[in-house]
Design a protein around this ligand. Structure first.
Ligand SMILES: [Zn+2]
Ligand SMILES: [Zn+2]
Length: 319
């Protein structure tokens, strides 16, 4: 509880951010034209180079090329730099390293992908485009007219950097949960279906059962693709000698592979299971699981219980 309060309190990290930025602003005013020309030149180069030198966000593992429109580059007075995916991971970093002084704080322009100073950017909070590492989006634009154009088309509120930081810390508790989930499943692609088109045990088409398919990753052995938790339980029972890495499952709703042990499982309900009468479905988001139950019945559960139910159901089928 104390941790939440500390993380969602904006004043300490915010001042850590704003003081150095103010200092830069003062310097900029002193030798206006020279510094401005310099900033333009470096901003332009950084648009190309910072993604190469910082390809992945160290906090959540996301690809910064893919999130060039929300990425952040932090430069510290000790000469070090840090590239993250979004203002959300930047806030996390600033909270973790309050003792360090930020000398330059820039963000990818949503439209042009070029790095711009966070204080000079026009920001939009919210709108209909899903945010990066957060449900409430925060986008930066080098030109105010671009921000206004975005807000007209997609909604959201034109905001200052101070307002954005406040919103970031307000949203942080929810976002920490998102980061935890992202960390365990960097690949949200259907690559596993291409690699394992059929269930190893029953031969069923894993594309067709993308909503229940599973992938068992072993540390020293090749991964095994299955159609469902049922065929997964068979694999696990047969290979107790193998070193288990991670067990992934297709999200019932989104079909993305997620960590089976962290997923919210629903057991039962009126939808017939795969390789089993009683359904066992996995969801990344608890709200999707609740919505499923409202429509189809069943009960909220977790992986261990779903595995237990699987073995009980197999036992019943064999009898
Ligand atoms: Zn990140
Ligand atoms: Zn199968």
């Amino acid at each position: 509880m104390r941790d939440e309060t500390r993380l969602s309190h904006p004043s300490a990290p915010l001042s850590a951010v704003l003081l150095p930025v103010k200092r830069i602003m003062r310097k900029t005013l002193l030798c206006f034209s020279a510094v401005l020309a310099f900033l333009f030149a470096t901003d332009f180069c950084q648009a190309q180079s910072d993604v190469q030198s910082h390809p992945a966000c160290p906090l959540c593992g996301m690809d910064r090329q893919q999130y060039a429109h929300s990425r952040i580059l932090l430069q510290y007075d000790d000469g070090s730099a840090l590239g993250v995916c979004s203002i959300h991971c930047a806030a996390m970093e600033l909270t973790l390293n309050r003792q360090k002084t930020v000398t330059q704080f820039s963000v990818g322009d949503y439209r042009t992908r070029e790095l711009v100073d966070v204080k000079k950017a026009a920001w939009v909070i919210g709108g209909d485009r899903p945010g990066v590492m957060t449900s409430r989006a925060k986008w930066a634009f080098g030109r105010r007219s671009d921000a206004e154009g975005f807000a007209r088309e997609h909604g959201g509120k034109i905001s200052s950097f101070e307002e954005v930081m406040k919103a970031v810390f307000q949203d942080m508790y929810e976002d920490i949960k998102l980061i935890r989930q992202k960390r365990v499943k960097p690949s949200a692609t259907m690559q596993d279906i291409k690699d394992h088109p059929e269930c190893t045990y029953c031969g069923m088409n894993r594309q067709q059962y993308a909503f229940s398919r599973m992938l068992i990753r072993y540390r020293n052995d090749p991964a095994v693709g299955t159609c469902s938790i049922h065929c997964t339980s068979i694999d696990l029972a047969l290979n107790t000698d193998k070193m288990l890495g991670v067990i992934l499952v297709g999200d019932y709703k989104t079909k993305k592979l997620i960590d089976a042990e962290r997923a919210v499982w629903v057991i039962g309900g009126k939808k017939t299971g795969v390789m089993s009468i009683q359904g066992k479905w996995a969801f990344e988001d608890r709200r999707d699981a609740d919505a499923f139950i409202e429509e189809n019945g069943g009960r909220i559960s977790f992986f261990e219980e779903a595995m237990k139910a699987t073995f009980e159901d197999i036992d019943e089928l064999l009898r």
